[in-house]
Design a protein around this ligand. Structure first.
Ligand code: FES
Length: 126
């Protein structure tokens, strides 16, 4: 059902865990399955200096989050904003159609974190 890349990221996820000193945290949840995701970002010079994730999601969600963190680490916020769930699934070499919604969890949590960061910056420097 899953290709080797997906299985690798699922069994050996990168950047998993909590980040107590995160600059911002993003969250998402799936209406389809009820699973949830948190993404923690450390931001320096408008770039993602560090990223971690935690999820109560399935294997595809874990693999998608792991891949997403590798894709955006070191990227500018503007670059990270362009990353979609389709990009993550493509980078993983594809996900089964029934599991495509799982990749939304990671991308949605990242976009939520970036949105919250923009709002936080606006409230500090209106
Ligand atoms: Fe819920 Fe995959 S089934 S995230």
């Amino acid at each position: 059902m899953y290709n080797d890349k997906v299985i690798d990221h699922f069994t050996n996820p990168r950047n998993v865990g909590e980040m107590p000193d995160a600059d911002i945290v993003g969250e998402s949840g799936s209406f389809k399955c009820g699973d949830t995701m948190k993404i923690y970002l450390k931001i320096e010079d408008d770039k993602i200096a560090d990223i971690k994730f935690q999820t109560f999601g399935c294997g595809a969600a874990i693999a998608s989050s792991s891949m997403l963190t590798e894709m955006v680490k070191g990227k500018t916020l503007a670059e990270a904003q362009q990353v979609t769930n389709d990009d993550v699934a493509a980078e993983l070499g594809g996900l089964p159609p029934l599991k495509m919604h799982c990749s939304n969890l990671a991308a949605d949590a990242l976009q939520d974190a970036l949105k919250r960061y923009r709002e936080k910056k606006k409230s500090v420097h209106p």
